[in-house]
Design a protein around this ligand. Structure first.
Ligand SMILES: NC(=O)C1=CN([C@@H]2O[C@H](COP(=O)(O)OP(=O)(O)OC[C@H]3O[C@@H](n4cnc5c(N)ncnc54)[C@H](O)[C@@H]3O)[C@@H](O)[C@H]2O)C=CC1
Ligand SMILES: O=C(O)[C@@H]1CCC=N1
Length: 273
């Protein structure tokens, strides 16, 4: 991974909350120079103030032509936030946005149609280098723009390129929001263990280690997820008993996740209107 161009020309990060700081933490760990980084955020966290003490510029001007301006404010804040960086439109600065829902057309209206824009959907495991980000560009985006966005985002995990913006709301619902589903699985599994009589702390330790261990196995093992599931399931055993509940057609995981993912994708679509 090569952050050379970013380190030479600079990166501006607009909005450094949960997602912005997850990525920034990853980039700094991968060699982004704090001196090449400008952050604009009216409510900086203590962590960000600490990074600023080490050379990053926080709420104090901007470079003339940074390589990338990355937008990580909430879609609802976009109207107030974009005018601060509208001056970067039309130049050779690449605009990358990670906001859910907000469409490329909205940014083109703010920056001008000739502006090179990449819409991206990352997720918070970026903070530990294990994110996955989907990217897609606007009509004027060049292969070099997509390579630059990919270079930046692959510093914090995998990058996939989409066929087009029409896939973005579904991606958001699967991988952008997905970590929350997994964290909720930990909470629910621990609560279920407590209901079976385990002390809360032990139930949480078991649930957390099980989800992270299974995730790591799914990451490293060559087998499909289906085969890894089969490997746990002894015929007529305990797992089969649980799976008969979880795979129940109307109330099991597939039906529940189908509804949850649809709700997220629908919300993305309505945020874009
Ligand atoms: N949290 C997540 O897992 C993911 C979030 N996203 C997207 O990232 C964006 C940010 O989400 P979060 O980090 O979760 O929200 P957040 O609320 O934690 O962070 C937003 C940040 O923007 C700052 N801000 C507000 N107004 C501003 C302005 N005018 N100028 C500059 N900064 C301003 C806030 O102070 C805050 O620190 C959203 O658009 C969201 O859709 C995308 C993928 C995953
Ligand atoms: O909840 C949200 O809207 C953002 C987008 C994906 C994850 N968090």
């Amino acid at each position: 991974m090569n952050l050379d161009m970013i380190n030479r020309r600079g990166l501006v990060l607009l909005g450094c909350g949960k997602m912005g700081s997850a990525m920034l933490e990853g980039w700094l760990g991968q060699g982004l120079r704090p001196e090449a980084t400008w952050v604009i955020d009216p409510h900086p966290s203590d962590w960000l103030k600490g990074v600023a003490a080490n050379g990053l510029t926080l709420n104090d001007g901007m470079p003339d032509a940074p390589a990338v301006v990355l937008i990580a404010v909430k879609p609802q804040m976009m109207g107030a936030a974009l005018p601060q960086i509208a001056g970067f439109g039309g130049g050779d600065t690449l605009i990358v946005t990670v906001a859910a829902g907000t469409t490329i057309a909205t940014y083109e209206a703010a920056f001008g149609a000739g502006t090179h824009i990449v819409r991206a959907m990352p997720n918070t495991p970026a903070a530990v280098g294990r994110g996955i980000t989907a990217i897609t560009g606007n009509a004027v985006t060049t292969p070099a723009d997509l390579d630059l966005a990919e270079a930046l985002l692959s510093a914090v995990g995998q990058v996939v390129r989409l066929e087009g913006e029409h896939q973005m709301d579904a991606v958001t619902a699967v991988s952008g929001s997905g970590p929350a589903y997994v964290f909720h699985l930990i909470e629910a599994l621990a609560a279920a263990g407590e209901a079976e009589g385990l002390p809360a702390e032990l139930a949480m330790q078991l649930a957390r280690a099980t989800v992270t261990g299974a995730g790591e196995l799914a990451h490293r093992a060559p087998e499909t997820a289906e085969q890894l599931r089969i490997n746990v399931t002894s015929p007529g055993g305990t797992t089969a008993a649980a799976l008969s509940v979880l795979m129940e057609p109307d109330t099991g995981f597939p039906a529940l996740l189908r509804r949850a993912v649809k709700a997220a994708a629908d919300r993305g679509r309505s945020l874009g209107k």
